[in-house]
Design a protein around this ligand. Sequence first.
Ligand code: ATP
Length: 780
Amino acid sequence: MLATGAVGTMQNRSERDTFADMYASRLARLWAVERGLAFGRLDHVDEGRLYIGKLGMTDDEQLRLLIDWRAPVAQPFYRATPAAPMGVTRRRHLQTKGRAVIGVDDDLLDLDSLTDDDRATLNGEAALLAALDERRTGRMRDIVATIQAEQDRVIRSDLNGVLVVQGGPGTGKTVVALHRAAYLLYTHRERLERRGVLILGPNLTFLRYIEQVLPSLGETDVLLSTVGELYPGVTATARERPEVAALKGDARMAEVIAKAVRDRQRVPRKPVELTIGRITLTIDRPMLDAARNKATRSRRPHNQARAVFVRSLLNALARQQARKIGKGLIDDDELADLREELRTEPVVKSALNRLWPYLTPQRLLLGLYGSPERLGYAASELSPQERALLRRDGGEWTESDVPLLDEAADLLGEIDEQVLRASAMQAEEELAAARQAEEREREAELAYAREVLELTGLSDVMEAERLAERQRGEGPYLTTAERAAADRTWAYGHVIVDEAQELSHMAWRAVMRRCPTRSMTIVGDIAQTGSAAGARSWEEVLDPYVAGRWRQERLTVNYRTPVELMAVAARVLATIDPALQAPTSVRELGVEPWSAPLTALAELVKAEVGEGGKVAVVVPDALLESLGAEVAATVAGAVVVTLGSGRTGNAGSGSGRTAARSGADPAGAGTSGADPAGGGTSGAGPAGVAVTTGVGRAGAAAALDAPVAVMGVADAKGLEFDSVIVAEPDLIAAQSPRGPSDLYVALTRATQRLGVVHERPLSQALRGLPSRSPASANDL
Ligand SMILES: Nc1ncnc2c1ncn2[C@@H]1O[C@H](COP(=O)(O)OP(=O)(O)OP(=O)(O)O)[C@@H](O)[C@H]1O
């Protein structure tokens, strides 16, 4: 397709591009399912022998070769038990390497109907345990070959309505949610491909960790995002202090934002005088009140209601002008002429901009944070201490700001397309003139365009370049996920929220706006809530939106953490709430968790790296820098995940203490409010999953690929490692009101080995762990 080159009519070329895109994505899907393409066999009483795979295949005669795992006939592969065999006599798991079968595991479901031949070829190793024992790669894998019955029920649950999946650590919530996305796309392809599926995760590292699962199941067009990336054009990865995050996530902030918008429509006390030529016009209180009331009554969002306000005010001014120049009564045409003349008068324009300004959410919020007076008005319901927490001058957007920006955007509405176009045109003309006149550098030209936009009061709406692009018409071919990512008002066909317990009230409002049909899967664990603004119960979260209309499934088996490690974590869980139940672990490895002095940390990390697999050191936020530097100085290739999700400082190889923070990778630099890429859709991830932005994710990948990563708990959420060392556990438990939950999360990240290092005395729950010294590292 591509080799035909850019020939023919516009239409030919656009067709060619569309076909090329289509084939490319088909090819990406086929490549992605290569690993473990066929993984199961069902010997069925009626249907004969069926092979189960990642997608369905038939031969030239339409004979079924492979059944898609999501098809109804494949269901017994996951659900059949000896008690309820569903017509299956034998279930066989195929282990493959490349395209060769290297092993099989059988489950016998109906002994009576087996033939003698069948009996002779039985093979009973549990495929699940083999999968769980595998060394971790730093990326989540699909579990399509070993999905368990309780998980299958979640995966195949109905598309409609809100499904909550509550489960302890390691119960497969994340992996099940991803398989559910694949299942829903398969079963409701048309509806969901058109509207798209959004998956929200807790941080960029996590998204990086899971992003290959869906492509490996043949699904490439799903949008993965964090709440911090939800608002197009802003990539917020910075985090607030817990008390600020809690306040910004509080439900009362909705009214604060609403009042902040009303504040910008307030009528000044004194009349406004406008001198145009030799006459002076006065905008007085009654005129303003009338215009404002008309605008408010129109029930349009602020930026659209502005047109009503402006028209009313200009009409009044035009009449006043007519009176002043002695014209008296004027007809409609004359009124219209005068009004349009006034509209272009600079003094009038600037007065209108002050009285009812075009506002972007960014400008509104910064204006609010930056002004004690505005805060005093909008946040009058908050206490003075709370208002002080909101005060800020400029600075980076944080994750907790994003739901507020979204709230504001909803109340402000889009800025009129015509205004945008006019500004774009103006910007373009001015740019062209500037080019001819002075041949300035490209940078300077853009600066000039920005200035032009500044003058029209639209500078922070969009970049000059993007305005011009928009003006020219359609952009390049975009997938549903990419279009959805760039459109704040996009309504998704299905939304999956992972680590959902972390979302604040305000974040839920933003999420619910994106899913008016309320077809959602919400997975999380109330016991793991770390954010001060997070959830205490699912009722509290969901009842405001779907009271009595949501259903819950529980996952109860822990596939990650071995029995010995979970016993320790369960003691910590009991300190949070004795009523909470830890999930039951399926594996027993015979390796006990250990404790050691903090001073031995670096040596112990080295020893763990020697054991192989991925190692994580989870530390209190306050010690991230110092301990990160310490580990980096001793262990080659260590990466420190700096505070703020997904940004990493590559700690280098033994170069010492300075590297941990200051050496932040260049890709991680773009975490400020205005994302220069705009729109936040920088294309495809490695296997074609549309990702919202490359900015922080390159950094996130470094943390997952490194042999050792040092991080705070917020960045460890949802991840897992072969070996985990938790530093100063009691400081983690004390670092915020939800600290004990953070500790519980930290202790449940390991698939094989766990240790704690400490200087402070250990709390009751962790006391009594066998001690380990670096010298004995290899003995354990
Ligand atoms: N049926 C299964 N077959 C193979 N592996 C599984 C299965 N179920 C879960 N796992 C593995 O168990 C681990 C934990 O799963 P996952 O991360 O989805 O759990 P989680 O419930 O989201 O945990 P947390 O709440 O701690 O983040 C993963 O490595 C996952 O691949």
